[in-house]
Design a protein around this ligand. Sequence first.
Ligand code: GLA
Length: 384
Amino acid sequence: MHDPVEFRSQHLARFHADPAIFVAPGRVNLIGEHTDYAEGFVMPVAIDFATLAGISPRSDGKVVVYSENYQQERTFDAATLPAKASNHWSDYPLGVAAILAGEGHKIPAFSLSLWGDVPLGSGLSSSASVEVVTALAILSLIGASYPGPVLARLCQRAENEFVGANCGIMDQFISANGEADHALLLDCRDLSYKLAPIPADVALIIANTMVKHSVAGGDYPTRRRESEAACAVIAKHRPGVPFLRDATLEDLEKWGNEMEPKSLLRARHVISENLRTVAACDALMKGDMAELGRLMAEAHWSYSKDFEGSCAEADTMVELAQDLPGLIGARLTGGGFGGCTINLVEQRHAKAFAEELGRRYATATGIVPQIHICHASGGARKLA
Ligand code: GLA
């Protein structure tokens, strides 16, 4: 992570005001893919890639946002902030401001600097970390606060309603509510959650295929529509099934023939993934790593074959990990169609595993991957 002391002095030099500093993490999802918007279960972990925000008040009525990553500054009038996205990095902080304004907060004039090391477009939730850190920063300036789950919902709305990406709640939730050394099993229906400790001898190895993914791109909303179409067929017979969370594999046996073939497959992934995710949390709580690894493998191939949410490179990354010493489980993580795999690996093998996986992937694909040994970190907070 960027040194917060240096980050603070850069803000001071640029804006001539001492900022309050906040941090919000990216995430990796251990299991539970495309289940959040079906009101199902997910089990993500906050990671030590994060976004920092520095905020200080201004007296000229302006909102000035600066991204150190893009080396770009944008200025707006606090009284007339944009109400629409402009396909620019500033959509994320402005979207948060718009949602907070809609909640009745008067947005004051401020300078905001942002810097992050969550790899962009890699399925590690860089955008959620920007939203959550911006929300904390603006709220602190206006002397307001929300419980973590509510904060997550507001940030999800910024992404849905302002940025225009139809994501679920997982990424914003874990960025706002993650706990160091724990995975979080979230029930996306009522936002209740359970923390599951990650044993100290288990390493989280994130392997970036370097194939870019985007939730705003066409595939994510298409898959979402296809799975929701299957749910609509079930709901004709069983009106108590508003979301796939409420559906069963038996429902698919009974009424699958009324569905588009692709919809049936998408639904089979989502329904079985919910069962796997709850079982995976039980396995982690019991320390049954073999079962957890088995569920992760099953989840990957369900995501790849039934949901068609993977890509050749991610399948290769998962396959190449299989016979490496220390592997517990590997699968593609996040929105799909590229991005990263998550590998749970016995700590004592972590370094050799990361090196060998990188070598094998480069040889197999001709692409040099980025492999990171990560830690389960805490959720968004103010830095002292
Ligand atoms: C993206 C979305 C999440 C979730 C995942 C898939 O990360 O932002 O809400 O739907 O994809 O599990």
